[in-house]
Design a protein around this ligand. Structure first.
Ligand code: ZN
Ligand code: ZN
Length: 232
């Protein structure tokens, strides 16, 4: 913690969005109360071990091996936290959440830190320019700082702008994302032996994560997990 962080904490201390107590945007107590998300399969949404895709849910169109989720998006506190972090420049909220994401990740994987690589869900450059930052990138950078995990934010790029996914059907979402991502073909060769963790803020049907995974697997990556703050 540097001098400016300490000063900022004294002048404008972080307050829990839920109980209003100081030092975290969401304190441990509230975290345990409202963030708990059961370990479900991303395909059928039924209970599973460590968020894995069930053996019988693995189809040729499913490229993810698990999707680890921290909390429920229906929760109003979570919605406000994510909106402030994403649209109102509150990067400090993302820093706080990174710690919880990191803990959740290591509760549900068997890999060692040196065997994994974190990548953010990429944002189209124009969108990032308008928003100033990509929230997934900030999460990834902070997680990497906390526990010295490799991260790379140039392996996967978003090559065109796409419509917002939230109001589209599952098929429309898939069409919307077709050929929207590209991979650095040279760079990827260095990392194919690692387990990839794609980090995002909110996951709904998982179409974006699956589309990126499809590309990564085409280039030889064996295991890919999603890691998200919230899901509906
Ligand atoms: Zn609290
Ligand atoms: Zn399943």
């Amino acid at each position: 913690m540097n001098f400016f962080t300490i000063l900022k904490d004294i002048l404008a201390p972080k307050k829990c969005y839920s109980c209003k107590k100081e030092w975290h945007f969401l304190c441990r107590k509230c975290l345990d109360k409202i963030w708990y998300f059961h370990s479900i399969c991303p395909v059928c949404k039924e209970l599973t071990h460590d968020f894995e895709v069930h053996f019988y849910c693995k189809k040729e169109t499913v490229f993810l091996d698990k999707v680890i989720i921290l909390s429920h998006y229906q929760n109003k506190t979570i919605q406000k936290l994510i909106k402030d972090a994403k649209f109102y420049g509150r990067k400090d909220i993302l820093e706080d959440i990174s710690l919880y994401l990191w803990e959740k990740l290591f509760d549900h994987i068997e890999e060692n830190t040196q065997d994994i690589i974190l990548i953010p869900t990429p944002m189209y450059f124009w969108k990032k320019l308008k928003r100033w930052y990509n929230q997934s990138e900030i999460l990834v950078k902070n997680m990497s700082k906390i526990c010295q995990i490799d991260y790379n934010n140039s392996l996967v790029k978003k090559t065109r702008n796409t419509k917002a996914q939230s109001h589209l059907s599952k098929i429309e979402r898939m069409e919307n994302l077709q050929k929207a991502f590209s991979i650095d073909e040279k760079l990827i060769k260095k990392f194919t032996h690692k387990t990839f963790i794609i980090v995002d803020d909110v996951v709904s049907t998982g179409t974006t994560l699956n589309e990126i995974s499809k590309l990564l697997k085409k280039y030889g990556v064996k295991k890919i997990y999603g890691l998200c703050i919230a899901s509906d």
